[in-house]
Write a protein that binds this ligand. Structure first.
Ligand code: T4K
Length: 362
């Protein structure tokens, strides 16, 4: 085994010179931010790559969610999943809304669409599902429920760049999708994110909100804040985007390798991908018990291998969460038993085999 520690992930990075070549232009122009040419180019190239009408870059995935809530002018209860990163919920609360949890499906780990309706009250304004680990939610059923009750849908699509539904980018679903370009994501700008909507007016509103509420004439026409990506981050994104297809293929290959080898173990199950295609950006395994997870994690750690307990604990158990609902038994249970194994471009097949053999020799 390599002596270097192996973490759950590592950023996928283009060769340094390809980044610095782009930075030379930034230095020459002296334009560092405020919707500069590289930000515009990145937005265009991501939109083309994913066949989306628009991709609005922002400073990070958390701000993308907050901007989506602001753009749709939501005030009230937002039905969401307890099995997520805390940012889904803190973004809702920072925007003055109340998260209401709807438990997940034990197999897909996504919000259970059959349970959403029972959470709707006269204060409900929106549904915010998460495509957990890039696994597509049942977007059609969710849309039907939202339509029936006059609710908005914002997807927390932080993990979902590269995931598809019926052959199209998953990011085009919902009134708005909010994604992340964080260092740990499939495509990264170090910190960064994006808002995607098919609605032109909402897209224009998002642009204004991102830039203090300015219109094109630089008049302040509404309440906004600062969600702008810088030229330096966009340069990194443009450099990395050239390798996006390679990264996507590599993740799927490694994911399938892990899955094939671990499938024979009777104390492990896997997240089910029932709809569309995941981007295979994480490799979660679900143990039969938390004790077993802790035992395997300790063994891996002793070999300097550091998987992560995404998402533990279930978010509804944090004491600063204002949820008005009941316990979330499936999410709380899965959260205790799930471990994401290392998965990234520079991870070698030898690394994967070593990780598998440590788990197998339990
Ligand atoms: N919604 C969902 C469902 C999300 O999962 C997230 C974020 C968001 C919304 C919000 O999006 P952002 O505002 O973050 O854009 C990570 C990420 O910080 C976070 O983006 C991500 N989800 C969450 C699931 O995981 P940590 O605490 O695991 O990060 P950290 O620093 O422990 O990194 C994990 C491993 O990655 C490290 O052990 C080493 C490696 N690493 C990390 C960084 C930051 C590197 O090699 N280089 C790096 O620069 O949170």
């Amino acid at each position: 085994m390599d002596k270097q520690p192996i973490f759950v992930t590592q950023p996928s990075l283009a060769p340094l010179n390809e980044f610095t070549d782009l930075l030379k232009g930034v230095w020459d122009r002296g334009i560092l931010t405020h919707n500069g040419p590289l930000v515009q180019q990145l937005e265009k190239e991501i939109s083309t790559k994913l066949e989306l009408p628009n991709f609005l870059t922002v400073t990070n995935g958390t701000i993308a969610i907050q901007m989506a809530i602001k753009a749709l002018e939501l005030k009230g209860e937002i039905i969401t999943t307890p099995f997520t990163w805390v940012a889904t919920i803190s973004a809702i609360q920072w925007e003055g809304c109340t998260p209401v949890f709807c438990d997940i499906e034990a197999d897909t780990l996504n919000i259970d669409p059959a349970k959403i309706e029972e959470k709707i009250t006269d204060k409900t304004v929106a549904i915010m599902p998460v495509h957990v680990f890039g696994n597509p939610c049942d977007v059609e059923v969710i849309e039907a429920v939202a339509k029936k009750h006059g609710l908005k849908v914002i997807y927390d699509a932080a993990h979902a760049i590269g995931s598809t539904y019926k052959g199209k980018s998953l990011l085009q679903y919902g009134d708005i999708s909010a994604t992340s370009l964080h260092a740990t994501k499939l495509l990264n700008t170090a910190e960064g994110g994006g808002c995607i909507t098919l609605d032109r007016e909402i897209n224009e509103k998002l642009k204004r909100i991102r830039f203090f509420g300015h219109n094109d004439q630089k008049e302040i026409v509404e309440e906004g804040f600062n969600g702008k990506m810088t030229e330096v981050h966009a340069a990194l994104g443009l450099a990395n985007l050239k390798y996006y297809d390679d990264v996507l293929i590599d993740r799927k290959h490694k994911y399938l390798q892990y899955k094939e080898k671990l499938s024979g173990l009777d104390f492990i199950t896997f997240q089910e991908i029932k709809l569309g295609e995941s981007n295979y950006s994480y490799f979660p395994i679900i143990f039969e018990s938390e004790e077993r997870l802790l035992y395997v994690e300790k063994k891996l750690n002793s070999k300097q291998i550091y998987p992560r307990r995404y998402f533990y604990p279930s978010v509804n158990t944090f004491n600063f969460i204002l949820d008005i609902s009941t316990p979330q038994p499936i999410s709380e249970d899965v959260a205790k038993r799930i471990l994401c194994l290392p998965l990234y471009f520079n991870l070698t097949i030898g690394n994967i085999e070593s990780i598998i053999s440590i788990i197998e020799n339990d």
